[in-house]
Unconditional design. Structure first.
Length: 151
């Protein structure tokens, strides 16, 4: 089975996809995620290089990417403050979406770069099988294309 043009993503309360759904303008996918800069090689001061982000991608009703709001909120050096700030910022962004309703979404692959880091839903091949990978969240979507994912 080939990768569908529109990838379903299942809503899971209190887990990795608990901030996805629909709003008056279409669909949304939010997350709080930590990433290392592209090309980073592990060093003893790794907490200073691990950056936390608030992320909100929006899509139209047909699943086309409309835009992305991404903001770095701190590093792993100040883990709790960085995560709390990202969660608070994401909550503000979500609260500002008129008609917001959490639930399953279906979106098309997209790419967005921020601070040299890839954020997006990208089609990849692993061991001869195509799948869709959500970056930098590292959620993998694959057959039977029912919205479930692997981490």
């Amino acid at each position: 089975m080939t990768v569908p043009k529109i990838i379903p993503i299942g809503y899971e309360p209190d887990y990795r996809t608990d901030t996805i759904g629909h709003w008056d303008g279409g669909q949304f996918l939010g997350s709080v995620v930590a990433v290392f800069p592209r090309g980073y090689t592990h060093t003893d001061d790794w907490p200073a290089h691990k950056h936390w982000h608030a992320v909100l991608h929006t899509f139209d009703t047909a699943g086309h990417h409309l835009g992305s709001r991404i903001e770095r909120t701190g590093t792993e050096v100040h883990h709790r403050a960085s995560v709390d700030a990202a969660q608070d910022l994401l909550k503000q962004w979500l609260d500002a979406l008129p008609g917001r309703c959490y639930g399953d979404i279906a979106i098309r692959p997209f790419r967005h770069e921020f601070d040299g880091v890839l954020f997006g839903l990208v089609i990849e091949t692993f061991e001869g099988t195509e799948h869709a990978e959500l970056y930098p969240d590292t959620l993998g979507f694959h057959e039977p294309w029912d919205g479930s994912y692997d981490t």
